[in-house]
Each structure stands twice: as structure tokens, then as C-alpha cells.
Design a binder for this molecule. Structure first.
Ligand code: AMP
Length: 216
């Protein structure tokens, strides 16, 4: 049976880091709506131009644009066996859309690990985050420094701070998450799919908790 896993949690809690690790270990594709939007912005596509202001401000991109983009990605053959969804769904309408999209492939969301941490931890993690220009590898000014300052260990490209990772925008993103995304906690809890994970633990501990949640 196909395994669709939705990683839920506030910005900066480590969903992206964990999704990459899980994707490597399970062989399932990592689908990050934020990465898909950033790729469109980098390539200056029509979609990229339309979403730039929402992203720079830390606001959500409208549901219709987001759902169409993720639906197109999920219809690719590499998603037949399942996927690790990171950053999608982010609103109840997106969760409903996902249910319908997967039903069209005779599948459903299996498990929703909900990784959580207090707001001060999130602000510290996001505002120190550095991202690589070429492929989006992620570092942190204090907790996960690159070997050479300002350069990605993997591909040597420049590290920069995402516009929406600047301190002024981070608290807005957390507020947006509280208002628009946190209702999904109850949505998936009611379906019996939610597994709560303490996101203040080390990367390795969170991965272990996620693997246990997925095995169940
Ligand atoms: P992320 O990389 O997941 O932190 O997403 C960065 C930004 O992309 C968000 O602040 C939104 O502007 C946009 N975005 C990503 N995923 C979604 C989504 N599912 N719905 C709406 N906007 C999104």
C-alpha cells in the first residue's frame, strides 16, 4: 500500500531536515511546497512571479495556486508508492484537497507526525538559518555551521538568509501558522492519524521518534 506521510508543525521546527532524512531512508520522494515555490521563483516562472510577494511577507500563497502545484507534483510516477509531504497541507481546504487527490489514486494519508516546539526555539532556529543558493541545503549560524563560512559543504555555493527567515518576518509566519495551519492538528487527530513528537530534541532523537511513528 502507498505511504503518504504528512509532516505537520510550525515553521523552523525541523520538518525540512527530517523530511530529507526520511526520504533517504524510505526511498519516498520529499515534497516540500516551499521548495517548489522557491524553485518557481528562481526560474522566474509565471507561478514564481505570482507567489513572490506572499512568500517574502511570510503569508500563505492562495489555496488554488498551492493545490494545483502540489497536485501536479503528486501525479508524477515517483509518487505512486507514496510521499513525504513537508509544508503541505497548511489550511483545512488544502487538507480536503489532498484527501481528494489521494482518493483519486485509491490512497489516503497514513500518518501525520506533528513535530512541535515553543515559539522562542522556533524564532532562534529560523532567524539563524542559512540556505544554499544552488540546492537549498540548510545550515544554522550557531548550531550547524558549514565547514567554510558562507559556503555550502555539499556543492560549494553561496549561503544566504531567506527573505522570509529575517527576524521581522519569522514571528508573522508563526502567527500565520497558529491562525491557519494549527486547525489541522485537530483535523488529523480526529482521524486518528496524529502522532505528537517533541521537536526540541536532537535531530537524531526526532528522526528515531518519526521512524517509530511511521512503522506503526
Ligand atoms: P516553507 O519553506 O514551508 O517555510 O514555506 C515558505 C513559504 O512558502 C510560506 O511562508 C508560504 O508563503 C509559502 N508556502 C509554502 N507552502 C505553502 C502552502 N502549503 N500553502 C500556502 N503557502 C505555502
Amino acid at each position: 500500500m502507498a505511504s503518504y506521510i504528512v509532516l505537520l508543525g510550525p515553521p523552523g521546527v525541523g520538518k525540512g531536515t527530517q523530511a530529507k532524512i526520511l526520504a533517504e531512508r524510505t526511498g519516498l520522494p520529499h515534497i516540500s511546497s516551499g521548495d517548489l515555490f522557491r524553485e518557481n521563483m528562481k526560474n522566474r516562472t509565471e507561478l514564481g512571479k505570482r507567489v513572490q510577494t506572499y512568500m517574502d511577507r511570510g503569508e500563505l500563497v492562495p489555496d488554488d495556486l498551492t493545490i494545483a502545484m502540489v497536485e501536479a507534483r503528486l501525479s508524477k510516477p515517483d509518487c505512486r508508492a507514496g510521499a513525504i509531504l513537508d509544508g503541505f497541507p497548511r489550511t483545512p481546504a488544502q487538507a480536503e484537497a489532498l484527501r481528494k487527490i489521494l482518493a483519486g489514486h485509491s490512497a489516503d494519508v497514513q500518518v501525520v507526525p506533528f513535530i512541535n516546539a515553543p515559539a522562542d526555539v522556533l524564532v532562534e532556529r529560523v532567524s539563524g538559518r542559512l540556505t544554499c543558493r544552488a540546492q537549498g541545503h540548510v545550515y544554522h549560524q550557531a548550531f550547524s555551521r558549514p565547514k567554510i563560512a558562507g559556503k555550502c559543504d555539499v556543492d560549494g555555493s553561496e549561503l544566504f538568509q531567506r527573505e522570509d527567515d529575517k527576524a521581522e518576518t519569522v514571528s508573522r509566519r508563526i502567527r500565520v501558522y497558529m491562525d491557519q495551519t494549527s486547525p489541522l492538528i485537530d483535523y488529523y487527530r480526529a482521524e486518528g492519524k496524529l502522532v505528537e513528537i517533541d521537536g526540541t530534541q536532537s535531530i537524531e532523537e526526532v528522526t528515531a521518534a518519526l521512524e517509530a511513528a511511521i512503522r506503526k
